[in-house]
Ligand binder design. Sequence first.
Ligand SMILES: CC(=O)SCCNC(=O)CCNC(=O)[C@H](O)C(C)(C)COP(=O)(O)OP(=O)(O)OC[C@H]1O[C@@H](n2cnc3c(N)ncnc32)[C@H](O)[C@@H]1OP(=O)(O)O
Ligand SMILES: CC(C)C(=O)C(=O)O
Ligand SMILES: [Mn+2]
Length: 514
Amino acid sequence: MSRLKIFDTTLRDGEQSPGVNLNQLEKLEIAKQLERFGVDRMEAGFPASSQGDFNAVKKIADTIQHASVTGLARAVKSDIDTAWGALKGAAEPRLHIFLATSPIHMTYKLKQTPEQVMDTAVSMVSYAKEKFPKVEWSAEDASRSDWNFLARIIEKVIDAGADVINLPDTVGYSTPQEYGELFKFVRETVPNIDQVSLSCHCHNDLGMAVANTIAAIENGATQVEGTINGIGERAGNAALEEIAVALKIRSDYYDYSTDLQLEEIKRTSDLVARLTGMNVQANKAVTGNNAFAHESGIHQDGVLKNASTYEIITPEMVGVKSNSLFLGKHSGRHAFVDKVKEMGIELSEDHIKEAFKRFKELTDHKKEVTDDDVFTLLMEVQTDTEPFNKYELEMFQVQYGTANIPTATVRLKNPEGEAVQSARTGQGSVEALYETLDELIEEDVQLVDYQLSSVGRGKDALANSHVQLLVNGEKVNGRATKQDVVESSANAFLNAVNRYIMQQVTFDSKEVVK
Ligand SMILES: CC(=O)SCCNC(=O)CCNC(=O)[C@H](O)C(C)(C)COP(=O)(O)OP(=O)(O)OC[C@H]1O[C@@H](n2cnc3c(N)ncnc32)[C@H](O)[C@@H]1OP(=O)(O)O
Ligand SMILES: CC(C)C(=O)C(=O)O
Ligand SMILES: [Mn+2]
């Protein structure tokens, strides 16, 4: 049985999903869960793209011990130097350099001849190898490249020191047979190909990312790239959990193994969905809510007689708990801690203590506490209990109705410990409140996104607010759950600003992106 290496790029290509922006804390939470999931390599970001990404990659590189942490770089020296600054502390630092090889990309985007591209690829890989023990080189848009040119450039890049060659189907254009043939061709044509790992990286524009990945594996790929829940640029990347389960369930047909812990799938998928805000569609394979639900009578009859009639994957295999504990007024600390673990979140003893206290307060208002409630509560606790100087809401009042202009009055304690107060108007209650908060907060704040949802039903329902802000040019998310819509909105806004301040205090690296 051949062992495949798993390269997760949720934190880089996954984060390129439109609308997704993870801050440093969120990236670190996901990285720790990816380590538990058992990925061999994780791409933590693109260090040269922003100071925030540099800091996040550095923190992940310094923390993760059981996976090789990598970062992306263009084939330019400054990107490589910056990536080294972020990655040099990793247990096994790795660099991922890409350069496009297709006629379309070389002509219109890079404006370079194939020979120039070849020279750049070779010189940048050998430059990277002066610092990094492991270097992966990607022929961006490989699937639309000339195969003979690909074979020539790959041979030279291997001679320059590359350890992994990746052949991405960058725009999701390939079909399984064609992509498989490309791998077969490269294996048979490039004389030194056996010196390196051969990697596949598929996008889902035509819905074939997982099928293409399997075709590559069958034709000589030894490393598989993908993301959790298949998130990523445009229609996304190949979903790693789908590939892993397909290889396992069809082990009668495929002879490949991975080190992935399949029972961590559900937890990893939920964490990524919650932190990115990209919900998993109900009918998605492996991780969708309906993946194990049987609706029609004939199917239910079959499953009752013998589950294997209609069930090829058991929920337990991917970590879906059939006996998840109901959390409510009468739940104790053990059940609560079990839920926190189930969510893949690591909290200190002090955080757990505070979270449990808040959970109990919540049960006074709400009969059933959902996973989303617990998640929001944990995120709030993480920020509120950290010992850094933050903004605290001391009092607010909003007056609005059909006959007057909505006006908010807010008093905050600022990070210097002073009470500051102001009043502003707006088109609606939340706008008036946010205008006032903006006035009181010293940082430069812009609202990017605001979402309000109700959690629970009827009188019991709580207001769950999720805001995305640009604080001093960096995107941060904030969440809050309160019974009142306006109070919840105010708290989510402050939660985002405080998360920004917290990451400046706890994460900021002295080294900067050049
Ligand atoms: C297929 C993929 O997923 S590739 C990864 C894509 N991810 C991202 O782009 C996210 C992060 N990107 C960023 O933050 C920015 O694009 C940056 C910081 C990297 C660069 O920003 P800018 O300097 O403003 O350049 P911009 O993005 O507008 O243009 C890209 C430039 O890089 C060049 N370039 C593109 N790919 C490469 C490469 N692999 N190697 C070298 N240069 C490249 C382009 O030709 C263009 O150069 P030009 O300015 O001489 O025309
Ligand atoms: C950076 C490269 C590997 C990429 O994401 C792609 O080509 O899709
Ligand atoms: Mn990609």
